[in-house]
Design a binder for this molecule. Structure first.
Ligand SMILES: [Mg+2]
Length: 338
């Protein structure tokens, strides 16, 4: 498609890096922790705790998203949200993001502006005070987004995966199975007659089923629940990125215990319209799965879904659960892109 007339129809290749960055910088959210923001060789952040949490996550066109389904705003939102969830899962408050974007030269600069708006809107909605303090822009045929996130432990100990003890309560904040249901719907109905991802079909689907499709394309993990869990003495925590079954096993393995989950509680969180199997296997909701001492008061947003018991692995209703289920980027990647 030829670019529209006028400055705002320019592509990344036409505008060049400096002019593109000049249009993006003013749209980026400011970080309260920044002593020096974007524009110099590097940013300078405050680290009041003397330590900081850091994590990174990459999204590649094809295995991680489809341009036919995700708007530039969605991509900015999701890139922020997934990284914010990893910071929150340590019990930390997200403070800053560094964003590397590799985009085809024919990408309209207006798409990059919408991407920056997505970053800004996700930070404002999910982690107020967190901002983008720097990044990098480069050109390549495959749209790739890499975000590094920083967080402040606020003088608390980080909540690891390894601290769950028999007798602890297993609790969850956030959604289960909604994002995976959205992805299943997109593969079923967001495609053309040949099964190729199609923007018009996806837009019709999103209007008809905004809940699951928004959860997949622009998730809203309960970021504030992470530090709240740390304050409530959570013993272990992670964000459910690959599916409840896989991620619950990760806590069990790291802690040397078994997690026994209550299927009725899982079904209640998933809600009507979500297949209970998808609630167990579906990834990308970035709910926070945590364990708490038996006498802890669960913070707002957390609901009990089971118990930590002696043993190993995952139990559902007291019986070993061997179902595989969950998202594995190597096992599931078919290399197709649309
Ligand atoms: Mg994680």
């Amino acid at each position: 498609m030829p670019p529209a007339l006028g400055d705002h129809g320019q592509t990344l290749g036409e505008a060049g890096e400096a002019a593109t960055l000049a249009r993006i910088f003013p749209r980026l959210p400011e970080a309260d922790a920044a002593l020096l923001g974007p524009g110099d060789d590097a940013a300078v952040l405050r680290a009041p705790d003397g330590r900081y949490v850091v994590t990174t996550d990459t999204m590649v066109h094809g295995p991680d998203f489809r341009r036919a389904w995700s708007s530039p705003h969605d991509l900015g939102w999701k890139a922020a949200a997934t990284n914010l969830a990893d910071v929150a899962a340590m019990g930390a408050v997200p403070t800053a993001l560094v964003v590397a974007l590799v985009a085809p030269p024919e990408t309209p600069v207006s798409d990059l502006e919408a991407f920056a708006d997505g970053l800004r809107d996700a930070c404002a909605a999910l982690a107020p005070g967190c901002g983008v303090v720097g990044g990098d822009l480069s050109a390549s045929g495959t749209l790739t987004i890499a975000v590094t996130a920083f967080g402040d432990l606020q003088s608390r100990e980080p909540v690891l995966r390894s601290g769950a003890r028999p007798g602890d309560v297993v609790a969850l904040a956030g959604r289960l199975g909604l994002a995976a249901t959205g992805l299943l719907l997109l593969f079923e109905r967001g495609v053309d007659a040949d099964g190729i991802p199609d923007a018009a079909a996806a837009a019709r689907l999103r209007a008809a089923a905004p809940g699951p499709v928004d959860a997949q394309l622009a998730p809203s993990p309960p970021i504030a629940a992470g530090p709240a869990a740390a304050r409530a003495r959570a013993t272990a925590m992670l964000d459910v990125s690959d599916g409840l079954a896989i991620d619950a096993r990760r806590i069990a393995a790291a802690s040397g215990v078994a997690l026994d989950l209550d299927p009725a509680a899982i079904a209640a969180i998933a809600g009507t319209g979500i297949d209970p199997r998808v609630a167990l296997s579906g990834g990308e909701d970035h709910a926070l799965l945590a364990t708490f001492p038996p006498d802890a008061v669960l913070p707002p947003g957390f609901a009990p879904i089971g118990r930590v018991v002696e043993g190993a692995g995952l139990l559902v209703d007291g019986r070993p659960f061997d179902g595989r289920g969950g998202w594995d980027p190597y096992a599931d990647w078919d290399g197709a892109a649309g």
